[in-house]
Design a protein around this ligand. Structure first.
Ligand code: BGC
Length: 747
C-alpha cells in the first residue's frame, strides 16, 4: 500500500471538504426557508432587490409612501407605531406590489414599549439575566401587538465614561455583564422559536461607539484590535451566538475608519469569523455621515463603500436607492453582493413569519398594553435594580412609626422624567411616581413640598421645604437628572447633581430629621459631596413606569435592596476613565501621600511614585459590583476543587455564604479572576461569573459555582484567542473590591 499517496489524498479530500463546508447559520434557518429565499430572489429585478435594502422613516400622509411601497422601493420602515397605519403599509406591500414582500417595521423599543422598564443601565444593575429576558419579552408582546417586528436593541456598547449620555442605554463598563445582558435581551425579544409575538433584536452599535473620545457623542475612537477583541466585541459575539437577527453599525470612526464602511469588522469579524447570516443595517444616515467624516466625497461613493464593506440596509441616507443600480452596472459593486444582502434581509422576514402573518389585530393589540402582569414585571425589575449606596441604619423605614413624611425634590413627581431616555412610547398618564405611590400607601401622612421644580432649577433659599422638614418625621428627597440629560447626544462635562439639588439636600439636612435620598439618573453621577447630607441613599437610575411603587416597597422594607453598580461610581469627573478591570501598571498605587496629607513643616519634597491623583487618590467612590442590603452577607470556607487545571478543564469553587443579619435578602455573588502573567499585560481583575442567591435571615448555605477554563481565553501577543497557561488568582465576593484571592494554575 502506498501510504504517502493515501495520506496525500486524505489531506486533499479534507481540504476540499473544509473549503466547501458551509458555516452553520447563526439564525438557524432550515433548507426549506433557504429555498424560499432563493426562489424569491430569482424573481426579483435589480431595482426590487435594492428596494429591499432601503429603510424609510414613516410619518405624514400614507399617500406619500404608497407609490414607493407599491414599486418595491422600501424594505423596511421605522418610527411608525399606529397599528392601523402599519396594516395599511403592509397591505400595499403584500397585496399591491409585484412580489408581495411584507415590510419589516422597526422601532427603538429600548427598555419597554408602553410599559417602561428601568433604563438598560438599571437593568444591568439587577445582575439578573432571567428577569431582563422577561422584561424584553414583555416589550416584544406589547410592540408586536401593534405591528412592530424589529427593535433597535440591545445596545451593547461598553461605556467607561459617564459623561457620554448613552451610557444610560447600555449595561455599563463590563464585558462579561454586558454579554449576559445582551443574550438575555435577544432571547426575550426573539423568543426561543420566533412566533408572532417575537421581534428581531438589533445589536448595536457595531462597534466601539461607547469609547467616544472625551465622552462626547459621535466622537472618534482609537481602539486597538486587541482592545476590540478582548473588551468591545465579545458582547456582540455572544448576542450573535444567541441568535440575534440583526446588527446596526455605529456612527464613530475607529482609528480613522467609520464603522459603516469598515469591512474588517463587518466582513472579516462578523461574517467570516462569527458566521453571522442576519441583516446589517446602518445607523440613521451613518452612511451619509461618512461624507461629513471625510471618508467619501458624495453619496454615491459612500453607498459603494458601505455596500462593499458589508452593509445590507441603509437607514435614511437613501444612498443605496439612488446609486446602487448604477454602481452595479459599472462594476463598482457586484450583483452577488446585492444578492447576499437581500438574502440576509429576506431571511429575517421569513424567520419572523411576516409572509404568513403580515397584519395585526388592532383591537387585540390594544388589550395587551400595560397588562397587569407587565406592570408587575416592571415593578419587580425596579425592585431588583435599585442600589442601596448608603444606609446609616435609617432604612428600612418602619411604616408604623412615621406619622408625617415629607416628599421633596425634583424627581418626586416627574412622571415623564422617571421614564428615562428612549422611551418614546411610555406615557406620563400611566407612570406611577414616588409621590403618587406614597400618597396611595399612606393616606394623610404625606406632605409634598417640591423644593425645586425640575432638576436644573437654580434656587438659593429653601425656607418652605426646610420648615416642612422640621415638622416631618422623615424626609424623602428624590433627586437626579431629567430624562433629556442623558441619551443620544446628551453628554455632560460636569457630573455633580445639577442645578441647586446639592444645596437643597444640605438645607434639608439642617432640619435635623433623617433624610433618605433617592437618585434617578441616566448615569452614575458624582455624589460624594451629597453623601454626608443624607442618612441613606438609593440609586434608581431612571426606573420607568413602576418606579414609584417599587421605591416605596424598598424604602419601607417590603423588599430588600439587591442591585449592584454596573459601572464604577467616580468621586469626581476628573477620574474618567476609571474602571475596575484596568490593566496592571508597572507602578500600581500603594496608598501613597495625598495632597491633603503633605506635611509642609517636615519639608516633604517627594510624594508617591505610583499611578494615582495627588488630590483624589486612585479609588472610586463606589466600585463596580457594589451595593448594600438591609442584611449583611459573609463568605467563608472558600476552596477550589484543584490547584491545577488543564486548558479544557472546569474551575469549581465551593464556599459558604451566610446571611449574617436579621432580614431575608439576596446577594449577587461575583467571581473575579486575574491572569497574573500574560503574553500581554492583563486586567487586574475580570468578572467571570455571577449569581443571585437568596438567603433567609441567619441562613448559611454551602454553594458550588463553576466555569470552564476556556472563559479565561483572550487575544494575546500573537493575536490568537487562547488560554495562556500560568498562575491565576480568583476572588468570590459581593463586589469587585472585596475578598481574599485564591490561587490556581492552568497547565
Ligand atoms: C441612534 C440609534 C437608533 C436610530 C433609530 C440613531 O440616532 O443612534 O441607536 O436606533 O437612531 O432611531
Amino acid at each position: 500500500m502506498n501510504y504517502p499517496r493515501i495520506l496525500l489524498l486524505a489531506v486533499l479530500l479534507s481540504l476540499t471538504a473544509a473549503c466547501t463546508e458551509q458555516k452553520p447559520s447563526t439564525l438557524g434557518t432550515d433548507a426549506g426557508t433557504e429555498r424560499r429565499i432563493d426562489e424569491l430572489l430569482s424573481r426579483m429585478t435589480l431595482a426590487e432587490k435594492i428596494g429591499q435594502m432601503n429603510q424609510v422613516s414613516a410619518g405624514g400622509d400614507i399617500s406619500n409612501y404608497a407609490e414607493a411601497l407599491r414599486n418595491g422601493q422600501v424594505g423596511s420602515i421605522l418610527n411608525e407605531v399606529d397599528p392601523d397605519r402599519i396594516n395599511a403599509f403592509q397591505r400595499i406591500c403584500v397585496e399591491e406590489s409585484r412580489l408581495g414582500i411584507p415590510l419589516l417595521v422597526g422601532r427603538d423599543v429600548i427598555h419597554g414599549f408602553h410599559t417602561v422598564f428601568p433604563i438598560p443601565l438599571g437593568l444591568a444593575a439587577t445582575f439578573d439575566p432571567a428577569l431582563v429576558e422577561e422584561g424584553a419579552r414583555v416589550a416584544a408582546v406589547e410592540a408586536t401587538a401593534q405591528g412592530i417586528r424589529w427593535t433597535f436593541s440591545p445596545m451593547l456598547d461598553i461605556a467607561r465614561d459617564p459623561r457620554w449620555g448613552r451610557i444610560a442605554e447600555g449595561s455599563g463598563e463590563d464585558t462579561w455583564l454586558d454579554a449576559r445582558m445582551g443574550e438575555a435581551m435577544v432571547r426575550g425579544y426573539q423568543g426561543t422559536k420566533p412566533d408572532t409575538a417575537s421581534m428581531a433584536a438589533c445589536v448595536k452599535h457595531f462597534v466601539g461607539y461607547g469609547a467616544a473620545e472625551g465622552g462626547r457623542d459621535y466622537n472618534s475612537t482609537y481602539l486597538t484590535e486587541r482592545q476590540l477583541r478582548n473588551v468591545y466585541l465579545p458582547p456582540f459575539e455572544a448576542a450573535v451566538k444567541a441568535g440575534a437577527m440583526t446588527l446596526m453599525t455605529s456612527f464613530n470612526d475607529n482609528d480613522g475608519v467609520p464603522s459603516t464602511g469598515n469591512a474588517f469588522i463587518l466582513r472579516q469579524v462578523l461574517r467570516d469569523e462569527w458566521g453571522f447570516d442576519g441583516l446589517v443595517v446602518t445607523d440613521w444616515n451613518s452612511m451619509g455621515e461618512m461624507i461629513s467624516h471625510g471618508f467619501g466625497a458624495d453619496r454615491k461613493e459612500v453607498a459603494r463603500l458601505a455596500a462593499n464593506a458589508g452593509v445590507d440596509m441603509d437607514m435614511m441616507t437613501f444612498g443605496f436607492l439612488s446609486h446602487l443600480e448604477e454602481l452595479v452596472r459599472c462594476g463598482a459593486v457586484r450583483e452577488s453582493t446585492i444578492d447576499a444582502a437581500v438574502r440576509n434581509i429576506l431571511r429575517v422576514k421569513f424567520l419572523l413569519g411576516l409572509f404568513e402573518h403580515p397584519y395585526v389585530d388592532v383591537e387585540a393589540g390594544r388589550a395587551v398594553q400595560y397588562a397587569p402582569a407587565h406592570l408587575e414585571a416592571a415593578r419587580r425589575t425596579v425592585e431588583e435594580s435599585v442600589i442601596l449606596l448608603k444606609n446609616d441604619g435609617v432604612l428600612p423605614l418602619d411604616a408604623g412609626r412615621v406619622r408625617t413624611i415629607l416628599v421633596t425634590g425634583p424627581m418626586a413627581d416627574a412622571p415623564y422624567d422617571q421614564l428615562g431616555t428612549w422611551s418614546f412610547d411610555g406615557e406620563k398618564s400611566h407612570t406611577v411616581t414616588p409621590l403618587q405611590a406614597l400618597r396611595e400607601r399612606f393616606p394623610g401622612k404625606v406632605v409634598h413640598v417640591p423644593g425645586l421644580g425640575f432638576s436644573r432649577e437654580e434656587r438659593s433659599r429653601f425656607d418652605d421645604v426646610v420648615a416642612a422638614a422640621r415638622r416631618a418625621d422623615v424626609v424623602l428627597a428624590f433627586l437626579g437628572e431629567e430624562a433629556i440629560l442623558s441619551g443620544e447626544a446628551h453628554c455632560l462635562a460636569d457630573l455633580n447633581l445639577i442645578g441647586s439639588q446639592s444645596a437643597l439636600l444640605a438645607a434639608l439636612k439642617s432640619a435635623g430629621k433623617p433624610v433618605v435620598a433617592t437618585v434617578m439618573a441616566g448615569r452614575p453621577l458624582t455624589i460624594e459631596r451629597d453623601l454626608p447630607n443624607c442618612e441613606a441613599l438609593l440609586y434608581a437610575f431612571h426606573p420607568g413606569t413602576m418606579g414609584g411603587p417599587a421605591l416605596a416597597n424598598l424604602i419601607f422594607g417590603d423588599v430588600n435592596p439587591s442591585g449592584k453598580t454596573p459601572v464604577t461610581f467616580l468621586r469626581t469627573v476628573g477620574q474618567v476613565p476609571l474602571y475596575y478591570s484596568h490593566n496592571m501598571t508597572g507602578r500600581p498605587y500603594n496608598g501613597e501621600t495625598l495632597l491633603a496629607d503633605i506635611d509642609r513643616e517636615a519639608g516633604q519634597t517627594s510624594l508617591g511614585n505610583t499611578s494615582y491623583y495627588l488630590d483624589y487618590g486612585a479609588y472610586p467612590l463606589f466600585p463596580f459590583g457594589f451595593g448594600l442590603s438591609y442584611t449583611t452577607f459573609a463568605y467563608s470556607d472558600l476552596s477550589l476543587d484543584s490547584e491545577v487545571y488543564p486548558k479544557d478543564g472546569k474551575v469549581s469553587i465551593s464556599f459558604i455564604l451566610s446571611n449574617t443579619g436579621d432580614r431575608d435578602g439576596t446577594e449577587v455573588v461575583q467571581v473575579y479572576v486575574r491572569d497574573i502573567v500574560g503574553s500581554v499585560t492583563r486586567p487586574v481583575k475580570e468578572l467571570k461569573h455571577f449569581e443571585r442567591v437568596s438567603l433567609k435571615a441567619g441562613e448559611q448555605r454551602r454553594l458550588q459555582l463553576s466555569f470552564p477554563v476556556s472563559d479565561l481565553a483572550f487575544y494575546g501577543l500573537d493575536g490568537v484567542k487562547k488560554v495562556e497557561p500560568g498562575d491565576f488568582q480568583l476572588w468570590v465576593a459581593g463586589d469587585s473590591a472585596s475578598g481574599e484571592p485564591l490561587s490556581f494554575k492552568i497547565q
